[in-house]
Ligand binder design. Structure first.
Ligand SMILES: N[C@@H](CCC[C@H](N)C(=O)O)C(=O)O
Length: 282
């Protein structure tokens, strides 16, 4: 199986080109686990399939490194856009990508013939409990809701960017309990499909520090949808303003994110190719 390893701010996936390769549906979860294994596989946060689409120019499917399939991936979208453009599967610099969480629009920014950065219009965040999903009144929003776990009293804001995020503001990002509370909150009974967990420090009116415990992958260097959710949560908690471009500092680098006054979330950041190769399947 031919593959390309790519990353967005250190959030790496093994990309498989389903315009060329054929894979059996029932083998996908186990394949994702195998290729992501850093000792016996290639090593990554998961696997992403770049597929033909009937609804858009290209379709993305994302698998976490535990084999679970997610509905969206921000860093993956930027890499899929780079891959599709550089392979010649799309010719325009702005095109649509289908995800299990809906359609998004990507615009590639070129340096010569190669894509250096990508802006993705991630669409509108969904804020009702049913959108995560989360237990409780399905239509209600969750903004700064107190929650106590393992002796930590935190305030939670819940945002769906096609996939679910629970955002917690902290005073100091360096002291955020990512490793200890992340796995506890990820599988908390209030989230029937589990959740991505983000800790965020509001530095000033245009900057956020960000750490993530990703559902199905654990700590990663960056989470694009999580960074978008963090900006939406920061607006909802009066820490930054809607319409302003916010720089989100992640472990692997920075993303520029705006929750526009029209309601869409725009994300701009790098997408990079690490290597290509052939994976020998057992
Ligand atoms: N790294 C991603 C998100 C990947 C999926 C997530 N772990 C989930 O299960 O929803 C990103 O950049 O958004």
């Amino acid at each position: 199986m031919k593959f390309t390893k790519m990353h967005g701010l250190g959030n790496s996936y093994i990309y498989v080109d389903l315009f060329q390769e054929q894979l059996k549906e029932e083998e996908l979860p186990q394949l994702a686990v195998e290729v992501a294994d850093k000792n016996k596989g290639i090593g990554s946060d998961g696997m992403i399939l770049v597929c033909p689409s009937e609804a858009a120019h290209v379709k993305m499917r994302v698998f976490n490194n535990d084999g679970s399939e997610a509905k969206n991936c921000g860093n993956g979208l930027r890499c899929v856009a780079k891959f599709a453009y550089e392979q010649g599967y799309v010719r325009d610099t702005t095109f649509q990508i289908e995800t299990l969480g809906g359609l998004v629009e990507a615009t590639v920014h070129l340096k010569g013939e190669l894509v250096e950065e990508v802006t993705v219009n991630m669409g509108q965040p969904r804020l009702a409990r049913k959108d995560l999903p989360m237990v409780g009144d399905p239509e209600e929003q969750v903004i700064a809701e107190p929650i106590e776990r393992n002796g930590h009293l935190l305030e939670m804001t819940a945002v769906s960017m096609g996939n679910p995020h629970a955002v917690f503001f902290v005073d100091q990002i360096a002291a955020a309990p990512v490793e200890t509370l992340g796995p506890v909150l990820e599988k908390d009974e209030i989230f029937p499909e589990w959740v991505n967990v983000e800790f965020v420090e509001a530095v000033n009116a245009t900057e956020l520090h960000f750490r993530v415990w990703e559902r199905g992958s654990g700590i990663t260097q960056a989470c694009g949808t999580g960074a978008c959710a963090a900006v939406v949560a920061a607006v909802l908690n009066d820490k930054v303003k809607k319409g302003d471009e916010i720089t989100v500092h992640l472990l692997g680098g920075d993303l520029k994110i705006t929750w526009t006054t029209d309601g869409d979330v725009l994300m701009t950041g790098a997408a990079e190719t690490i290597c290509t190769g052939e994976y020998i399947r057992k």
